[in-house]
Write a protein of this length. Structure first.
Length: 175
């Protein structure tokens, strides 16, 4: 980790990096969003830190474990890295007040729309907020961005690289 502050792209996982097919706890269920690796590589090449932040209530609901989620994220990061796309770090919130697994039954401050995951990443990485942004597919992602005064961009699916290229074009004038 470099001490030089850099802008960051905070990407929601399900619905942005991969299709949201509901409770994605295993790699067999992952369907990458078109040009996801190319989009992340574009962000890397532009000097951005790239983070994934994701609500994972499937853990609280007993659909998969934290260990299974760690294995999935390790696999996803390795698959992307093999294509030259680096995810610098991942944060997830396993909690949900309507879950069934003890220890996860709360509305945790990391659970979007709360900005806890973004704040934690900013605490542990040299993030320069100027030029930083969030890409999400739900209002809760954008609310988390707004809570930390970052622009949020709503992604409706399709070519993630084209979407990121458009954002970077707009962000250059901000930086």
């Amino acid at each position: 980790m470099s001490a030089i502050r850099k802008p960051a792209a905070f990407l929601d996982r399900d619905g942005v990096v991969n299709h949201d097919d509901g409770y994605m706890g295993t790699r067999e269920r992952i369907r990458w969003m078109p040009n996801a690796a190319k989009a992340i590589r574009r962000l890397n090449d532009a000097g951005y830190l790239v983070f994934v932040f994701t609500n994972q209530s499937g853990i609280a609901r007993g659909l998969f474990t934290e260990n299974e989620l760690h294995r999935l994220h390790d696999w996803m990061r390795a698959e992307l890295l093999a294509q030259g796309a680096r995810i610098d770090d991942v944060r997830y919130c396993p909690h949900h007040p309507d879950g069934s697994v003890a220890g996860y039954l709360e509305d945790h401050p990391w659970r979007k729309p709360s900005p806890g995951m973004i704040l934690d990443l900013m605490k542990h990485w040299p993030v320069h907020t100027t030029g930083s942004f969030v890409i999400g597919d739900r209002a809760t992602d954008i609310e988390a961005a707004t809570a930390v005064s970052l622009p949020g961009f709503m992604f409706a699916g399709g070519d993630l690289d084209a979407f990121v290229a458009d954002i970077l074009e707009r962000q250059i004038s901000v930086r």
